[in-house]
Design a protein around this ligand. Structure first.
Ligand SMILES: NC(=O)c1ccc[n+]([C@@H]2O[C@H](COP(=O)([O-])OP(=O)(O)OC[C@H]3O[C@@H](n4cnc5c(N)ncnc54)[C@H](OP(=O)(O)O)[C@@H]3O)[C@@H](O)[C@H]2O)c1
Length: 334
């Protein structure tokens, strides 16, 4: 089969299309013939040497959707021929609260989805939501799961609450805005681009502010009528510091990334305002199933930025690295 293989770190151009052996299913495993894969910032951090425990050569990619080609011993044969979306987490473990020590994400060290076929544990197979195309289904898993756990499990957003999602161009952020909106919350966003602030309205956002303006916190306070109840963030740095300043008393801040680095948080405000700060990462298999259910019932569609052919994975990575995207960057696999 053909796959995008990374042999060397340092540049997106090192992602090259190659012929590699077809995967074979072992006991409890399935082979999926992929129709589409999607990028995550993790994939870019890997060739940038900003990710721990890198092992090369690697086939990257945590997100994928396709058709089950074959299954190994002990797996229900009726999976063969079914359209599926792949859960990107391996060995989360029995507790919903915390992942096991052996938890890892598909796409390094295990071969990922930038390929014509992938071998995965059969427990990671889920029926593709019928209302989604393969490109849309491939866009959903990692970011959708992270957003679901952030908004539903951790923040426990309720109808009528005001939610601020920072950096709305980000993959996870687009899902977080959609999910919060579908729960009946009022959603506001930030972005470094006025055009993206406008596009966020299609995801249910009422309004937003450009974080490149120094007084974006004041603008959000005014728009939300005194500050949000919940902030969902992955930027860290100034975004998190400002969130602590503008959030309403008893507010909840959930963060799953630190794209711009560490934050210097005002601890006095945190305790005096009775704030709750919550870190979160990915989600359990139960949360993945719940995310797909919510997405299916609400008939939501992922925000797709651009679709590249698999062979142009390097160009897709350059786009993510430049930060021009709104939503998910997808690789189409013929
Ligand atoms: N822990 C987890 O499970 C998990 C899962 C997924 C992602 N992450 C992490 O979360 C982060 C985002 O991931 P992603 O895949 O959604 O990335 P992405 O699609 O590359 O998006 C990154 C976004 O960050 C926003 N941003 C940049 N500087 C900002 C600032 N100063 N203030 C506010 N927003 C800013 C930008 O929004 P605009 O374009 O609107 O300006 C950009 O689109 C990464 O650090 C990633 O590693 C963690």
């Amino acid at each position: 089969m053909k796959a995008i293989v990374l042999h060397e770190l340092g540049a997106a151009e090192n992602l090259k299309l190659e012929e590699v052996p077809d995967p074979q299913p072992g006991a409890g495993e399935a082979i999926v013939r992929l129709k589409a894969a999607a990028l995550n910032h993790r994939d870019v951090f890997i060739w940038q040497k900003l990710y721990p425990n890198i092992k090369l050569p690697a086939i990257l990619g945590s997100d994928g959707a396709g058709v089950v080609a074959s299954v190994g011993e002990g797996v229900d044969q009726s999976w063969v021929g079914r359209e599926v979306v792949i859960e990107p987490g391996l060995e989360w473990g029995p507790s919903d609260e915390i992942q096991s020590k052996s938890y890892r994400i598909l796409g390094m060290p295990e071969d990922g989805t930038y390929a014509e076929m992938i071998k995965i544990p059969a427990v990671n197979l889920h029926a593709k939501p019928a209302h989604l195309t393969f490109e849309e289904a491939a866009a959903a898993p990692l970011c959708g799961l992270t957003a679901y756990r952030s908004v539903v499990t951790r923040a426990q957003v309720k109808a009528g609450e005001t939610v601020l999602v920072t950096g709305i161009g980000g993959g996870v952020a687009t899902f977080a805005a959609q999910i919060a909106n579908s729960l009946g919350a009022r959603v506001f966003v930030t972005s470094g681009s006025d055009e993206k602030l406008e596009r966020a309205k299609a995801l249910g956002a009422e309004g937003g502010a450009n974080y490149k303006n120094a007084d974006w916190g004041k603008a959000i306070t005014e728009l939300t009528g005194g500050g949000p109840n919940v902030v969902i963030d992955s930027a860290g740095g100034d975004a998190l510091e400002t969130a602590v300043r503008i959030i309403k008393p008893a507010g909840r801040i959930v963060f799953y990334g630190a794209t711009t680095g560490l934050a210097k948080i005002d601890l006095y405000r945190c305790f005096f305002k009775q704030l709750t700060l919550m870190g979160t990462t990915m989600g359990s298999p139960r949360e993945f199933a719940a995310f797909l259910k919510l997405y299916g019932e609400a008939k939501l569609h992922p925000a797709i930025d651009q679709v590249f052919p698999l062979a142009e994975a390097a160009a897709a990575h350059r786009r993510m690295n430049e930060g021009g995207q709104f939503g998910k960057i997808v690789l189409k696999i013929e």
